[in-house]
Design a binder for this molecule. Sequence first.
Ligand SMILES: Cc1cc2nc3c(=O)[nH]c(=O)nc-3n(C[C@H](O)[C@H](O)[C@H](O)COP(=O)(O)OP(=O)(O)OC[C@H]3O[C@@H](n4cnc5c(N)ncnc54)[C@H](O)[C@@H]3O)c2cc1C
Length: 247
Amino acid sequence: MARIVVVGAGIGGLCAARAVALAGHEPVVLERSAGGTAIGAGLLLWPNAVHALGALGHGGAVREIGAPARRALFRDLGGSTLSCCGATPCDGRRPGDRIEPRIWLRLPEAKVELVKNVYRTVNDGDLPAFLALMHPDVELTTSGAYPDFDATYRGHLGAVEYWEAARELWEAFSIEIGRCELVGDQVLVLVRQQVEGRDGIVVEHDWGHLFWFEDDLIRGVRAYMSWTEAAQAAGLRGGPSEAEAHR
Ligand SMILES: Cc1cc2nc3c(=O)[nH]c(=O)nc-3n(C[C@H](O)[C@H](O)[C@H](O)COP(=O)(O)OP(=O)(O)OC[C@H]3O[C@@H](n4cnc5c(N)ncnc54)[C@H](O)[C@@H]3O)c2cc1C
């Protein structure tokens, strides 16, 4: 049997000391503070913590003084439910559903951020990162301005085709975001695209793009010949003028 020193009598230190004792050694716990302070209104133990305490022989005691949390809700500042997990269904989720890692996208500003990331991946030429932002059933609808493009590209395979078609057509291109804002559930973007053709001619054009979402990913984007057209499609009656859009 060995004497094993554990520094700190927090939950980590105390569990380590208990494990040392269960292994047949003698723990010596050193704690610098004189006494504990009770803070907080309750203690929520996640399943892995309960399993760990069970392995240390404290499962019964924990169950005796605790009560199961049937469900946990995560809400935004306005009180809307962002996500829910637990043993009872809520918001259409089945019991035991885990929290979705991309849940932050339910926040409006996160949609705008996601869209900005799409252009970043395009400018960086990072196809895997671009695809990671796309829903498996994504629909990319082009403006019709370039006959070399299909009208619509569907799914990740379609997105790859679109990506390759653009690179086939142009030697280089970059996209600059003029405006990017939330309109209802959609994100409306004014972009200035600069393309250099294989013949060396550089062309600049402003487009309106309209994005919509599903499962916290890009479900579709439609390109319009102008911001005004895109704004009208987004439901902004009349839509702002191009001059206003550039302000
Ligand atoms: C308000 C609040 C609510 C929380 N609620 C929950 C919850 O509901 N569920 C949950 O799972 N987690 C919760 N947590 C987090 C949880 O409390 C911590 O993750 C956990 O206590 C960390 O344990 P620990 O042993 O690693 O560290 P600590 O608890 O920080 O323990 C470290 C100990 O080591 C001592 N120490 C440090 N240095 C020395 C030294 N040189 N010599 C001697 N002693 C030393 C310190 O004094 C301290 O006592 C909450 C935290 C806070 C602040």
